[in-house]
Design a binder for this molecule. Structure first.
Ligand SMILES: *[C@@H]1O[C@H](CO)[C@@H](O)[C@H](O)[C@H]1NC(C)=O
Length: 250
C-alpha cells in the first residue's frame, strides 16, 4: 500500500518536472525560436528574479513583439504583470477606439492599458489568474481574484473568461446582478466604435472600453469614474489595478 503510494508520489513528481521543463521558464529558448524579435525577454513578470524591484520591464509573450510593462513585485506572491492601471484624476480619457485598445495606450509609469491583443497573447501561453485591485476614498485597498483569466481572440470579440472568485468583497464579475449591469464574465469587449454589449444603447459611448453586459457592475476604464459596488458605489474609487500571473510558476 505505502509502496504504491510512494510510486504515485514519485510519478507525480516526475510528471511535474517534465511539465516544468517543457512549459517552464525556458524563456531564452522560446524567444530565440520566435525569431525576428528574439533576444530573451521574459514571457511575463513572473519570470523575473524574486528579488527584482517593482518597476518598468520589457516582456515578450509568445507571438507578441516586446512590450514595456510595469512589473509589480510588492503585491502578495510577487511577479505580477500589470495590465491596467487607473487613477480617479487620470490624465487620459479612456474613450479610445477599438484599435487603440487593441494595441494599448497610456503611460507605463502612470495610467495605462496594456492592449487587448496582448492580453489575448499573454493569457494564451499558460493558465493565468487575475487580481483586480481598487483603493477607496479612505485609502483602503480591496481585491477580487479569479483563478482563471483568459481573453480570447479578436475574431471572437476578445471575450473575458474568468474562473473561481476569491477576495474581500462580493463577486461582481462572474455573478449576475440584475440591479446593476448584469454580468461581465463571458462578455465581449466593447469600445465606442465597436458595440458588442447586450444593451440596446452603446455602453462604451459614455466611458472606456470594457466587457460590458447591460452595461456594468464594475467599471475601471474611465476618467473620474472608478466603480466597484460596496467599495466605491458612486464611482469614486481613487485607483485601480489589474494584475495577472500564471497559476503555477515552476
Ligand atoms: C490618502 O492618501 C493620500 C496620499 O498618501 C493622502 O494625501 C490622503 O490624506 C489620504 N486620505 C485619507 C482619507 O486617509
Amino acid at each position: 500500500m505505502s509502496l504504491l503510494r510512494g510510486g504515485l508520489v514519485l510519478l507525480s513528481v516526475v510528471v511535474m518536472l517534465l511539465f516544468c521543463v517543457s512549459a517552464g521558464p525556458a524563456a531564452p529558448t522560446t524567444s530565440s525560436r520566435s525569431g525576428e524579435y528574439g533576444s530573451g525577454f521574459p514571457a511575463d513578470c513572473s519570470r523575473l528574479r524574486k528579488n527584482s524591484p517593482s518597476g518598468v520591464y520589457v516582456i515578450q509573450p509568445a507571438g507578441s513583439p516586446p512590450r514595456v510593462v510595469w512589473c509589480d513585485m510588492d503585491t502578495e506572491g510577487k511577479g505580477w504583470t500589470v495590465i491596467q492601471r487607473n487613477t480617479y484624476n487620470t490624465e487620459i480619457t479612456w474613450k479610445e477606439s477599438w484599435t487603440t485598445y487593441k494595441y494599448g495606450f497610456g503611460n507605463v509609469r502612470a495610467d495605462y492599458w496594456l492592449g487587448t491583443e496582448y492580453l489575448h497573447l499573454l493569457t494564451q501561453q499558460n493558465t493565468y489568474k487575475v487580481r483586480f485591485v481598487v483603493k477607496n476614498k479612505a485609502n483602503v485597498t480591496h481585491y477580487a481574484e479569479y483563478d482563471i483569466f483568459s481573453i480570447e481572440s479578436e475574431a471572437s470579440g476578445y471575450p473575458l473568461r474568468l474562473g473561481r472568485f476569491s477576495g474581500d468583497g462580493e463577486d461582481y464579475l462572474t455573478s449576475y446582478h440584475a440591479k446593476y449591469g448584469g454580468i461581465h464574465d463571458n462578455m465581449k469587449f466593447s469600445t465606442h466604435d465597436r458595440d458588442q454589449d447586450q444593451a440596446s444603447r452603446n455602453c462604451a459611448s459614455s466611458y472606456g472600453g470594457w466587457w460590458y453586459d447591460k452595461c456594468q457592475n464594475i467599471l475601471l476604464n474611465a476618467k473620474n469614474y472608478i466603480l466597484w459596488p460596496g467599495i466605491c458605489s458612486s464611482g469614486d474609487c481613487k485607483s485601480s489595478l489589474i494584475l495577472v500571473k500564471p497559476t503555477d510558476v515552476c
